[in-house]
Design a protein around this ligand. Structure first.
Ligand SMILES: Cc1cc2nc3c(=O)[nH]c(=O)nc-3n(C[C@H](O)[C@H](O)[C@H](O)COP(=O)(O)O)c2cc1C
Length: 162
């Protein structure tokens, strides 16, 4: 068995192929927040639950704790620039970004492959991240026939079948 170094662990995480989402929330004053995420997964069917894992250093964390809502916007092919932009710190990330306010108030981005709006039902510490469990309140599947998600593998974006 190979020795577990931080470098090996980071590299191994890169081999975990995922989709890419922008997870959004809204502060109590209505200001939108969001970050690019791949630590997103379904948890339970009944009740319908999703979990997301947010870094303790994320600027989105406190607004999410305060409002108790989040939106998972699964990105489609062609939204790589949006993914890169939301993966950097910037207090004005939403400038020029097209979105609607969802049922929870959290932004639902235009062009998503799937949007899942949640209300936080539990939060747990998880190392240097916080685990949010969200009860699903609304789902939007705009065009399931043509939905082409972006994938993420070894630090690079990819398309299905590529
Ligand atoms: C593909 C990809 C996946 C990421 N997944 C996560 C994640 O699951 N959780 C997390 O906290 N940060 C994740 N990040 C890093 C955040 O997007 C990045 O730290 C961002 O600057 C946080 O923004 P904020 O501080 O404005 O919330 C990911 C970045 C990329 C490019």
């Amino acid at each position: 068995m190979s020795e577990l170094s931080p470098e090996l662990f980071r590299k191994a995480c890169g081999y975990w192929a995922t989709g890419v989402s922008i997870v959004t929330t809204v502060d109590t004053d209505g200001k939108p927040y969001g970050l690019t995420m791949n630590a997103v997964t379904s948890l339970s069917l009944a009740p319908p639950l999703f979990i997301i894992c947010v870094d303790n250093k994320s600027d989105t964390l406190e607004p999410m704790r305060r409002s108790g809502v989040f939106g998972i916007n699964v990105l489609g092919l062609g939204q790589q620039d949006l993914s890169n932009s939301f993966a950097k710190k910037n207090p004005n990330k939403f400038d020029g970004v097209r979105f609607d306010r969802g049922h929870t108030g959290a932004p639902v981005l235009h062009g998503h492959v799937l949007a899942i709006e949640c209300r936080v039902s539990a939060t747990y510490p998880g190392g240097d991240h916080q685990i949010f469990v969200g009860e699903v309140r609304h789902i939007s599947l705009p065009d399931p026939e043509n939905a082409q998600p972006i994938l993420y593998f070894r630090g690079r974006y990819a398309a299905l079948g590529a």
